[in-house]
Design a protein around this ligand. Structure first.
Ligand code: C2E
Ligand code: CA
Ligand code: CA
Ligand code: CA
Length: 280
């Protein structure tokens, strides 16, 4: 007998159906992309605001779909996280990034840049994640101190006890940890003290309206002060203008990345010893 309230029908509203179909096809296409290795990495420099020197690079995944063209990670990473496909994808990212780092290391440039790799919560929470990281480092004969893992604060808070174990193992390996999108999740400041992390990344949303928005100024100052107090490095994300870069430098933020310096580019286009002309 048909339901009177129509509640069963709401599910089949056309826009929801269309959304489901889009998702299902994205899921299938991701599977093919995993099998065909249709991903690549781009790299965006992290710049020392005092000197203009590039101290590190963040690896960012790119997916060029055969007919749809580039699909943004903000679109497919959440789907991959829900389906579990993030595990093979994340493993590929880590391996590919380390292969690139090995090349830069072998080029004997005098100093090798740090390489930051985004690790999704799901990937980080695998029991043996630290062992996986260790194996990749050994396979590519990397100096573990050159490798940084970027994890969102929300990911760390999901299971604090096992997180702490994994973080300690990574620290013992010599790998550093950055808290990504800092300030946008809910992290307890007391965990920040307990967890062996090395850097805070100020989320782009707090940088966008600098140097004008008084709330953002207050938040950015507080994060920089917190980082100083806890002896953590601090990196500002999404710096697009000279004014933002100057403001952050004057506030004591050491490192920044953003389109103002360079957009993410393929590894072959990166000269890792690059010093950007100080615009200051
Ligand atoms: P995220 O880790 O916070 O990365 C920063 C994002 O901001 C990147 O977008 C980067 O291209 C972009 N960006 C950098 N500077 C600027 C700027 O000045 N202006 C603007 N408008 N954007 C800027 P992208 O590459 O599209 O990645 C989006 C998100 O997808 C990342 O945010 C990260 O959460 C996720 N992601 C990207 N690559 C990976 C990956 O390899 N693994 C995992 N698990 N997640 C990834
Ligand atoms: Ca990141
Ligand atoms: Ca961010
Ligand atoms: Ca604002």
């Amino acid at each position: 007998r048909a339901r009177q309230d129509g509640g069963g029908c709401r599910f089949f509203r056309p826009e929801i159906l269309a959304q489901l179909q889009r998702r299902l096809s994205l899921e299938r296409e991701l599977q093919m992309a995993v099998e065909n290795q249709a991903f690549s990495l781009c790299y965006q420099p992290q710049v020392d605001l005092a000197t203009g020197r590039v101290t590190g690079l963040e690896a960012l995944i790119r997916w060029r779909h055969p007919s749809r063209g580039p699909v943004a990670p903000d679109v497919f990473i959440p789907v991959a996280e829900e389906t579990g496909q993030i595990l093979p994808i994340g493993q590929w990212v880590l391996g590919e990034a380390c292969r690139q780092l090995e090349k830069w290391q072998a080029a004997e440039l005098g100093s090798t840049p740090n390489l930051a790799v985004n690790i999704s919560a799901f990937q980080f929470r695998q029991r043996n994640f630290a062992d996986i990281a260790q194996r990749v480092i050994e396979h590519h004969q990397l100096n573990p101190e050159r490798l940084e893992l970027e994890i969102t604060e929300t990911a760390l808070m999901q299971d604090p006890d096992s997180t702490l174990k994994t973080l300690k193992k990574l620290r013992d390996l010599g790998v550093s940890i950055s808290l990504d999108d800092f300030g946008t999740g809910y992290s307890s400041l007391s965990y920040l003290k307990r967890f062996p992390v090395n850097a805070l990344k100020i989320d782009k949303s707090f940088v966008d309206d600098l140097p004008l928005d008084l709330d953002d100024i207050a938040i950015v100052r507080a994060i920089i002060a917190l980082a100083e107090r806890l002896k953590l490095n601090v990196v500002a994300e999404g710096v697009e203008t000279r004014e933002q870069a100057l403001f952050l430098r004057d506030e004591g933020c050491q490192l920044a990345q953003g389109y103002f310096f360079l957009r993410p580019v393929p590894g072959v286009e990166i000269n890792p010893l690059l010093t950007l002309p100080p615009p200051f």
